[in-house]
Design a protein. Structure first.
Length: 287
């Protein structure tokens, strides 16, 4: 029963694979919950920052803040691409890389010189493999990005923007809508686009004054945009991995059903053949 032994070996192998993918699905679900908590915690702060800036902003004040400077023509831009360090998450990283490539081609078509900064092994590996230039790369941020990581990433870019060496900064990240919806998006973080005021303007007691407050809030707004991009990308990665591992577990289950049915048919056919041989031998002896 060589075929039966081969099928038993395949069944055992698929069962082992299904156990692994099922465990990885549970681990990803656990990490997703913690990552989602960070996303939920970051969003209210971002909304509060945007609301205050929208209330304080005036075109007259904007002339005094470099981060609000709107260049007449964008000649040089920086792109920050956020990817993961690990795979096994479907097309998650491929979508992010594709979004960055589309942005690069778009800016190139507009005559804009670009520099690319990458977070994550997957993005770094792709750009190195294809021979595309990378200004900087980091693989040490991992699953728990902090506000300090955001500061480290965006502060040099803010300094370059203020000095006029670059005219725009874009971040490509995974926007977390749900565990099964994490589209790759591009957000322009510099120059700062004044948030749109929603609802009635609120009254503030300002100390020392609006310019001094904006000088602190505008850098915080940019840093928070990068921090949100980091935590949403991590959350999206875990959601994509959970979905990929669930699909792999379900596919393994379907394959097991097919293999077991095939094994049972093969075993039944062998038993039938053995019975036929025994009956034939008995008839030959009795004849």
């Amino acid at each position: 029963m060589a075929k039966g032994k081969e099928l038993k070996g395949r069944i055992k192998s698929v069962e082992g694979t299904r156990k692994i993918t099922s465990t990885m699905e549970m681990v990803a679900a656990s990490k997703l919950k913690r990552a989602l908590d960070r996303v939920v915690a970051a969003r209210p702060y971002a909304r509060a920052l945007a609301a205050v800036i929208a209330d304080l902003y005036t075109p007259q004040l904007a002339e005094h803040f470099p981060l609000l400077r709107q260049p007449a023509k964008t000649k040089r831009a920086a792109i920050l691409l956020l990817t993961s360090n690990r795979g096994l998450c479907g097309g998650f990283n491929a979508n992010l890389i594709r979004e960055a490539l589309v942005l690069l081609e778009q800016l190139k078509g507009e005559g804009v010189e670009t520099e690319v900064h990458i977070v994550g092994r997957k993005g770094t590996g792709f750009f190195r493999f294809t021979g595309r230039p990378v200004a900087s790369s980091r693989t040490d941020i991992g699953d728990k990005p902090t506000a300090a990581h955001a500061v480290e990433l965006v502060t040099p870019m803010m300094e370059q923007f203020i000095s006029g060496r670059i005219d725009a900064v874009y971040v490509v990240y995974a926007k977390f809508n749900s565990a099964i919806s994490t589209p790759a998006v591009t957000e322009k973080v510099l120059p700062v686009t004044p948030p749109v005021r929603t609802g009635a303007s609120r009254d503030y007691l300002l100390f020392p004054d609006a310019p001094a407050i904006l000088s602190e809030l505008l850098p915080a707004y940019v840093r928070n945009a990068i921090y949100r991009a980091l935590v949403e990308t991590v959350c999206g990665e875990h959601g994509a991995q959970r979905t990929a591992m669930k699909n792999a577990t379900d596919n393994a289950g379907d394959l097991l059903d097919v293999l077991r049915r095939t094994y049972n048919r093969a075993r039944q056919a062998q038993i039938t053949q053995e019975i036929a041989e025994i009956v034939g031998g008995a008839e030959a002896l009795s004849g």
